[in-house]
Design a protein around this ligand. Sequence first.
Ligand code: ZN
Length: 138
Amino acid sequence: MSGGAVRRVAEIASYHAHIYFEPGGEERDRALALRETIGERFAVRLGTVWDRPVGPHSRAMYQVAFEPALFGTLVPFLMLNAGGLSVLIHPNTRNMRRDHLEDRLWLGTPLDLKGEVLAEENEAELAGEVNTAPTAEP
Ligand code: ZN
């Protein structure tokens, strides 16, 4: 790697998956069914279901916050089960804007983000308290 220091994975305090949907229709139903499925299989923090754009997000969505240790199972699970929904997966480091705009990955169709509302210097966000009680294997 040329120019600049190699960044370390330890920078990543947690990850978010943002699962987007069209409000008021079949796509919303599928997105919420997926939310439930995630909750039954993963110890994560499920966020509010927003039926309107919030923050940098240009469409309705909900967030799933998770520990780095879950990346290797939750992300493949979403690959297999997102069913064509747009999903943004980003790390949480000390630069939210870069997390969302550069260091992300997408499943499904990538969407526009309002990067200008995001800080470029911030505390790295932790996954937060788990609010699911999984009973099934992923
Ligand atoms: Zn996020």
